[in-house]
Design a protein. Sequence first.
Length: 526
Amino acid sequence: MIVRLLVATLVCVGSWGHAWAGYAEGDAAFQRKDYATAFREFSSAAAQGNAQAQGALGLLYLRGLGVAEDLRQAEQWLRKSANQGQPGSQWMLGTMYDSGVGLPKDDEQAVFWFRIAALNGNDRAQLRLGAKLAEGEGVAKDEEEAAIWYGRAADQGNADAQHNLGLIFRAGRGVPKDDQKSLFWFRKAAEQGVVSSQGMLGLLYSDGVVVPKDDQQSAFWYRQAAEQGEWRAQNLLAGKYLMGEGVPRDAQQAYFWLLLAASKGDANAASLRDSVERTLSPRQRAEAQAAAREWRPKIRAQVEPFKSVAGTGATTTPVPVRLETTRSTGSGFFATSDRIVTNHHVTDGCTRLTVLGQPARLIASEPRSDLALVEVDGGSPNIASIRVGKVALGELTAVAGFPLNGLLSGLNVTTGIVSSLSGIRGDTRLLQITAPVQAGNSGGPLLDASGNVIGVVVSKLDAAWVAKVAGDVPQNVNFAIRSNVLASFLDANGVDYRSSQAGSKLSTQQVASRAQAFTVLVECWK
């Protein structure tokens, strides 16, 4: 069964086969830096509603590539793309509000777009949202939530977020102070070329406070930062060469690095440079000065792991200790007073589950049917009624759940009909529905007009994927697991659930009220 969870909130209609091909041609042109062709192809695809082309076109206008810079056009195309759920465009809109470039500076709007993009998995937005929360810009200051967003970005390999995690674990801001976690994240960032982390590792190994003193490691990390042009690291590396700490004693090398540091205006480096210069021969001075004139800083790049010059002295990399972050959220509903139905994929891989803010336990899971059963202490007297039996094509339905948690708040209820009695390729375990479904709806109840559960929401069709393979984009193609599949799952796990038949038709408000009583947010932590 080929179904994917799509977090986009809107998809435009158009001649998508042609639009997708146009986007691909534009992207190929962009990669070879043929911006005029990229602009032409992106413009055509964007006009037909292709969200990626719209975002790319906005970028060309923003940077003046292949077309005159036009910040108004950039904002308009980026907003069209962002409204179709493109995380990169959402991040760029947030950046425009954040910087005041192309849009009036507005921290609250910046946070709004950063949060949407962050929820959609954009690591740069997660980093910026963390920074906004840490400083209280456009949002109430919350160092604990900032740490969570830094953690999400860091887990995706964002080097700057990894450095920030090193800082907050070192200071205990929003997380318990932990020197080993701090060291771990500084090393991760340093190995990706973050100068500040490289300098921090140099200091730590030089001082021998958090880690055993190791002059070879210290000099190694100072060199990585110095080669990127960091003048403080250049000054400190010069000191290593003067003292012979971790590197051979070499006044000419020290002089070379002091020349570079002094060129940045460091008075201490200039004074030490003049002192060392007097100890060198004319030839040594000339060689070092020529090398300094020709020197160019390296661009941030991956760093090979440290290797001791003498074959000893390398410290052991700490065991990775990851910040516990919310991995995902989904929905569920009470099938008994203490047992909640949700999706397998909502609970898969979780080290901790919470429901109604209370600890919950996974007691049964079936990947094939994508169903799971969670138990919670305390529970609820409000229990869903499950209707097992025939469902009619065109029957009115409602979906209840907690989509886009963190962006939207509270229970969300949408309505539609049963549009097909099977899923993709005739999968009879599923119903196809038109009620809108978003990320976070998974595991929530599909209700009939009497407020009975007739299915468990499982996914929506990935519209972008269909556009690629079929040349057209589906609208409101969403799925739910049939209630008879749910009943079999509950029977197999000895759950005494409440069953019912179709009853009198209720108003939408009454159905929503019933759903609110037994539908819950399920949080997965790792």
